[in-house]
Design a protein around this ligand. Structure first.
Ligand code: MRU
Length: 365
């Protein structure tokens, strides 16, 4: 995507050929800052402190984190230790585990001398695959937007959190169909909710839609139900951190409430799911680990002061008891369809296996 006329991905190998650069998403929307990751610890911190976030980007950052670790020590025990450090950073997005498993499976049979170099190639292939999958989801989702279009009004899409290009290497998942529609000349408008506590909607989705010229309107999270009731929304599209083989969807906290309201109002609710976010080992969304984060994200709101500096403003009384649950699970029955890189399917084992037959148990025998 373009920022200030220059093409950017969210992560890339720096000009020294080894360190890794990222867009520091904790500084958006007010400052565009590139941060450099040199060590395993840098990469792990970037994920846990959310300089990078969004399931697909977390996975690719972990892959590059392993590359940085292997430059220091490429032995089997060091590789296993590095993977453990990276896997512990954030528990819900399955992309993290999947990327590390993929890397290690390939690297095990590579000589120690060649491991780091091969790891960079594998990580860059994962990055390119993410971009290709997002492009394909954009094209499949575009057809849904075309079908939802009504005469004399832009297609009204509601989303949640940030599942745009900032959450991926490039292109986005839930926002990919919106960019595809906008680029194809189909009028589209997005309802962007803040997404407390970290406000990824306000800080990131609004920022990237604005840069691409896609019209959007800012709303508070609690306005979603009212807008759905009043026919202001044609379809909801969200991303996912982990979708089970049965089609249960873990995504940013608040997704479930939007799904319930969408069902009550008969508004289609779609989830953009790259195959890297499908956990084929789980049948039941209740078994997805749900991350709980620091209470300061709830008690304080981060922003910019009128003099231009970064500030955190306390909004709860000191000493308030806090539970900061970062994700929830929307049951498959509330999901109208899953947009994958292979097409759109029902949120069910049959739907997913229809598109990914190589994942059926019988094909594994
Ligand atoms: O806590 P975050 O910002 O990493 O959560 C991000 C989301 O919930 C996204 O919707 C999800 O990762 C899908 S991103 C394409």
């Amino acid at each position: 995507m373009k920022v200030g006329g220059q093409n950017y991905r969210t992560i890339w190998v720096a000009s020294d050929g080894v360190s890794v650069e990222i867009i520091d998403q904790t500084r958006l929307p007010h400052d565009f800052v590139v941060a450099r990751l040199v060590t395993l610890v840098d990469a792990a911190r970037a994920i846990s402190d959310m300089l990078v976030r969004g399931a697909p980007l977390i996975g690719v950052t972990a892959a590059y984190g392993l590359c940085l670790a292997l430059r220091e020590d490429a032995s089997d025990p060091a590789m296993a230790r590095a993977a453990k450090v990276l896997e512990a950073t954030r528990p819900t997005a399955v992309n993290l585990r999947a990327a590390l498993e993929h890397m290690i499976e390939h690297l095990r049979s590579v000589s120690i001398a060649e491991r780091a170099a091969v790891a960079y190639t594998l990580a860059s292939t994962l990055a390119d695959q993410d971009v290709a999958q997002n492009h394909a989801m954009g094209q499949h989702g575009l057809e849904l937007l075309r079908s939802a279009a009504r005469r004399n009004r832009a297609v009204q899409v509601m989303t949640h959190c940030n599942a745009g290009w900032l959450a991926t290497v490039d292109g986005g998942t839930a926002l990919a169909p919106i960019y595809a529609a906008h680029d194809a000349g189909l009028a589209v408008h997005v309802w962007v909710s803040e997404t407390r506590p970290r406000n990824q909607g306000a800080a990131l989705t609004a920022w990237e839609l604005g840069h691409h010229g896609v019209p959007y309107t800012a709303i508070v999270d609690n306005a979603a139900g009212h807008l759905l009731q009043r026919d202001a929304v044609d379809l909801v599209i969200v991303g996912t951190d982990r979708t089970t083989r049965s089609g249960d969807v873990a995504n940013k906290i608040g997704t479930y409430l939007k799904a319930v309201a969408a069902r009550d109002c008969a508004v289609p609710f779609y989830v953009a799911v790259p195959s890297s976010s499908i956990d084929w080992s789980l049948d039941d969304g209740a078994r997805i680990p749900i991350e709980e984060r620091a209470s300061v994200e709830v008690t304080h709101v981060a922003g910019r002061s009128s003099s231009g500096g970064a500030v955190a403003v306390q909004v709860w009384p000191s000493g308030a008891a806090v539970r900061n649950v970062a994700f929830d699970v929307t049951p498959a029955r509330l999901v109208t369809g899953l947009i994958t890189e292979r097409g759109v399917c029902a949120a069910s084992p049959e739907g997913l296996l229809g598109l990914f037959p190589e994942r059926s148990l019988s094909s594994l025998r």
